[in-house]
Design a protein around this ligand. Sequence first.
Ligand code: NAD
Ligand code: TYD
Length: 337
Amino acid sequence: MATILVTGGAGFIGSNFIKYVLAERDEQIVNLDALTYAGNLANLADIDGEPRYRFVRGSIGDSELVDSLLRELQPDYLVNFAAETHVDRSILSPTAFLETNILGTQVLLQAARAIEGLRFTQVSTDEVYGSADNGERFAEDAAYNPTSPYAASKASADLMVLAYHKTYGLDTTITRCANNYGPYQFPEKLIPLMIANALEDKPLPVYGDGRQVRSWIHAEDHARGIYLVMKGGRPGEIYNIDCGVEKYNLDVVHAILALLDKPATLIRYVTDRPAHDRRYAITWDKIEGELGWTPRIDFETGLEQTVAWYRDNQPWVRRIQDKSYLSYYQEQYGQRL
Ligand code: NAD
Ligand code: TYD
């Protein structure tokens, strides 16, 4: 049984990863998470009492804690999910994105060097490639062209991971995934925000003309891809993860309204996000060809299941909609709406 140190495992994708690995694989996991506004131990309630799992509260930026945890655990793998992840928040206040996503990742990399045989997997994003023209799709060797402070911080972290591989011989892999959706996603991102608002008959704020394109993948498919890269990816390599479900934002919003039987009059076209990337599109033949990964959840089924989950778990959403959420919501949408 291998030991995996997961960071940021109380968030959306990290919690999916932990639950997938504990259910399907013979591994033990330690989860280091600072429990920021996005971290939520309720996401992991299903594994309460699981003897192969342990939670440690703390920041990846705390080098003393990270050093001593790694020395104690001597993990076989470190998978870094911990990050500030929301583009709109990165536009409002970028500093935390640099601190966690760049400096925090460097603290982990530096500590990882001292652990014999450790493999470091960085969970990155297709946003590092920036916006793609129609018909264009970025492979792993495409140039970095990040737009938002979030994307720039993730691109910086990727470069640092590659630098540690090349300079110090650290065994690293990087995954770059498309937009995720599924249960337990914080209701600041497009799909859960629209579901949560529609459930309460609140306006649905669509940025600009709503014809930006995102490619959607279920977080469980992403989690399985990360596991395969962690286990079998080649050292120093990058693996894109996507399944080519390209949708206009507006079409996604209409699909949510239809599933909830709510009227399109809830839609409000609001001031666009500054420097809004028009389209994300990446290839995924490398992970398919080398590691045998294929997506399992089609978008229609996944969206229906996700909408049903939010409808049936409104206490989970309401606990998140606390004072700090409402103050963010007011700052982001107050003027726009
Ligand atoms: P999330 O915002 O839901 O969760 C982030 C988690 O990181 C939270 O549990 C938070 O408490 C924790 N965290 C934040 N700062 C920390 C720190 N300093 N130390 C320890 N823990 C800290 O994010 P998510 O959507 O689950 O994304 C996880 C990873 O996947 C991120 O690295 C993100 O860049 C990447 N990613 C996300 C998407 C997406 O669509 N959501 C797509 C591609 C890649
Ligand atoms: P988001 O979920 O923030 O992911 P990302 O910006 O990382 O792709 O946004 C997805 C798309 O939805 C993006 O084009 C911005 C758009 N969007 C809206 O139109 N309204 C909103 O309230 C939000 C949060 C996003």
